[in-house]
Design a protein around this ligand. Structure first.
Ligand SMILES: Cc1ncc(COP(=O)(O)O)c(C=O)c1O
Length: 396
C-alpha cells in the first residue's frame, strides 16, 4: 500500500529542484523558480491520470473533502449522507463545513449500500459522499443514479483509493467532485497532501480560490488579485508537491505490484475454512492496497485476529475494534466533544449520534478483516506469510 516503500532518487531529484530554487510557494516567483512548478505539474499529470478536466492540490485529504463541500455549496444545516465505515476525517470535514453527517448502512463492498440511501434521506439532505474504502470502489454507478434522480450532489471521498476504477473510469470522477489523500500511508504520498478533481471549470475555480484565501489567481501581482469569495488556507507547499509528483509517476508500477501480491495471497486464502471475500463491483478496478475478507461471525473473526498475532501475520486490521475507522468506537464524536460549539448544535432535530444504530454495517464490520498489501514483500516473504496464515487458521 504505502508509496513510501518505493522512495528513491526520483523523489530526491524533485525535492532538490525546489531546494535549489528556494521557492517553496506554489504560486508566483516566476523568475526565481527556474521553470519548476511542482504543484501545477502534479495537478496536470493527476488530472490526466484519473481522466478529470481539472485538479487542485491541497494540504491534505481532509482539506480536499472540506474544499469539495465548500465548492459544491454544502454548508450550514445541510445534511450529508456518509458511511459509518470511513476514516473519521470524512465526518470532521462535514462538521467543519457546518453541515450534518447522516449515516447510511454499508454492504459487503465495505462501502455505502445504494439500497440503504433512501432510509437516510430527509428534506435537508443536500449531498451524498460515498467513501471508496481500502483501495476499492463502492457501487458507484448505482449511487450516482440515485443522486441524479433525487437532484443530490455526489462528492466522492476517494482518499484511500487512488488508482481504483469502476469499468475503467477512475473513482473520484463519477460525482461533481472527487477527493484524494497523499498522507504518509497512502498509495502514493507527499508527506502530507490531498487533491480534488472535477470536470467543472466553475467548481475548480471556486475550489482553487477557496483553498487560497479566495484569491482569483489572475494577473501577476498577488496583492492586487481579486477575491470573489471568502476562503481559507489549504495550500500545499512545493516541497510536498515535489515528492508527490515523483510518486505519481510510480503509480502504475505500484498498482501492478500490489495486484500481483494480492493475487498470490487471495489464492492462498481462498480455500481456508469460513473465508468469504469482500464484494468488488469491478474486480479489475481494484487498486489492491488491501485484501479484505469476512469470517462467518464476530467470535471467529476475533479469534482469527488473535491467531494471526500469535503466528506473526502482521499488518491485519479488524476495523470493528479500531478507534478511528468505524462509528462504533467514535465516542468523542457521539458526545460531540469539540473544543468549541459545533454549528450543528444550533439546529433543531440534529441526529442523536450517541443513539446511532447501524445494525447492517455492524454485521458486515464485525466479520471483516483487511490485510494490507506491501510493495516490499519478496517471494520468500510471501511464502512465509502464507505458511503463517495456514498455521493461524489451524489454531481457530
Ligand atoms: C477515507 C478517508 N478520507 C479522508 C482522509 C483524510 O486524509 P488526510 O490524512 O490526508 O487528511 C483519509 C485518511 O486516511 C481517509 O482514509
Amino acid at each position: 500500500m504505502p508509496g513510501f516503500e518505493w522512495f528513491g532518487n526520483e523523489e530526491r531529484k524533485e525535492v532538490q529542484d525546489v531546494l535549489d530554487t528556494g521557492v517553496l510557494f506554489r504560486y508566483g516567483f516566476d523568475q526565481a523558480r527556474k521553470g519548476h512548478w511542482k504543484a501545477k505539474t502534479f495537478e496536470s499529470e493527476l488530472s490526466r491520470r484519473v481522466g478529470s478536466a481539472h485538479c487542485h492540490l491541497c494540504a491534505s485529504g481532509t482539506a480536499a473533502v472540506g474544499i469539495a463541500l465548500a465548492a459544491c455549496g454544502v454548508g450550514a444545516g445541510d445534511e450529508v449522507i456518509i458511511p459509518p465505515f470511513t476514516f473519521i476525517a470524512t465526518v470532521e470535514a462535514v462538521l467543519t463545513a457546518g453541515a450534518v453527517p447522516v449515516f447510511a448502512e454499508i454492504d459487503e463492498t465495505l462501502c455505502l449500500d445504494p439500497d440503504a440511501l433512501e432510509a437516510a434521506l430527509t428534506p435537508r439532505t443536500k449531498a451524498i459522499m460515498p467513501v471508496h474504502m481500502c483501495g476499492a470502489m463502492a457501487r458507484i454507478d448505482e449511487i450516482k443514479h440515485f443522486c441524479d434522480r433525487r437532484g443530490l450532489i455526489l462528492i466522492e471521498d476517494a482518499c484511500q483509493s487512488l488508482g481504483a476504477s469502476f469499468h475503467a473510469k477512475s473513482v473520484g470522477t463519477f460525482g461533481r467532485m472527487g477527493c484524494f489523500s497523499f498522507d504518509p500511508v497512502k498509495t502514493i504520498t507527499c508527506g502530507e497532501g490531498g487533491a480534488i478533481v472535477t470536470d467543472s471549470p466553475d467548481l475548480y475555480s471556486i475550489a482553487a480560490g477557496y483553498a487560497d484565501h479566495g484569491h482569483d489567481h489572475a494577473g501577476n501581482d498577488r496583492g492586487l488579485e481579486g477575491h470573489p469569495i471568502l476562503g481559507t488556507n489549504f495550500r500545499i507547499s512545493e516541497l510536498n508537491a515535489a515528492v508527490g509528483l515523483a510518486q505519481l509517476r510510480k503509480l502504475d508500477g505500484i498498482l501492478e505490484k500490489q495486484r500481483s501480491n494480492k493475487k498470490i495471497l487471495k489464492e492462498a486464502l481462498a480455500g481456508l475454512p469460513g473465508v468469504a471475500f469482500r464484494k468488488l463491483p469491478d474486480e479489475n478496478g481494484d487498486s489492491a492496497t488491501f485484501l479484505s475478507f469476512f469470517m462467518p461471525d464476530k467470535d471467529r473473526t476475533r479469534s482469527l485476529m488473535r491467531a494471526f498475532a500469535a503466528a506473526g501475520v502482521d499488518s491485519c486490521f479488524y476495523w470493528y475494534d479500531n478507534n478511528w475507522h468505524y462509528l462504533r468506537n467514535w465516542s468523542h464524536f457521539k458526545k460531540l466533544s469539540a473544543p468549541a460549539r459545533l454549528p450543528l448544535t444550533l439546529l433543531k432535530n440534529y441526529p442523536d449520534y450517541g443513539a446511532s444504530q447501524t445494525v447492517a454495517s455492524d454485521r458486515v464490520m464485525s466479520r471483516a478483516i483487511s490485510m494490507q498489501i506491501k510493495l516490499s514483500w519478496t517471494a520468500a516473504d510471501l511464502g512465509s506469510r502464507i505458511e503463517k496464515l495456514h498455521k493461524a487458521f489451524k489454531e481457530i
